[in-house]
Design a protein. Structure first.
Length: 197
């Protein structure tokens, strides 16, 4: 059985489904094998940190990213429940800059989402609760950590929120103070210019 890989509308974002071996006892699958994964994406990625998060329905986490030189590649999967997972292209030279893609990840479908550096990432639980595991290629760097506004009209993400949460999802204090796309881009340009000067 082969790993199934499907590029999304922004083709650098990949939806990955590993082969699942099921029988009367349950199931087994390799959730991550470094050699196979690197062959799959054509890069040599070394993940250095695993994160485990739980969210209730109505929570939005994100859209998170880290500034250069602490940008992170991410490999995201769900071990309980279901989420609407989103990536926003923040690469200034990209033809899809400012655009977003989404995927439904769940414990049942066992899909994984590959999100390379240069994207903001966020998600909301579609089930009553959801637990998310994701690998990152760089360590959490608090002073370089940023959040992009979940409802920025210049991005226009169509979050599948319950009616009562549509305009007021549950957000962390950091996400309540998130940047607009234009503010984020001004900082991204300044950050890279200062690093390279």
């Amino acid at each position: 059985m082969m790993i199934n890989v499907r590029p999304l509308e922004i083709p650098d974002i990949l939806l990955i489904t590993p082969p699942i071996f099921e029988d009367d006892r349950g199931f087994f699958f390799e959730s991550y094998t470094q050699k196979k994964f690197n062959e799959l994406i054509g890069q040599n990625i070394i993940f250095v940190q695993d994160n485990h998060s739980k969210s209730q329905r109505g929570v939005i986490r994100g859209l998170h990213y880290q500034l250069y030189p602490h940008e992170q590649d991410k490999l995201v999967r769900v071990i309980q429940g279901e989420i609407f997972d989103v990536a926003v292209d923040l690469r200034p030279s990209s033809s899809t800059f400012g655009q977003w893609v989404s995927a439904l990840l769940s414990a049942e479908n066992k899909h994984q989402l590959w999100i390379p550096k240069g994207f903001a990432h966020g998600y909301t639980a579609l089930s009553e609760s959801a637990e998310i595991l994701y690998k990152t290629s760089n360590y959490y760097a608090p002073s370089y950590d940023r959040s992009l506004r979940w409802n920025d009209p210049d991005i226009g993400i169509d979050w599948p929120l319950d009616k009562e949460m549509k305009n007021s999802p549950l957000l962390s204090p950091k996400d309540q103070q998130a940047l607009s796309l234009s503010q984020a881009m001004a900082e991204l340009y300044s950050n890279k210019r200062n690093i390279h000067d």
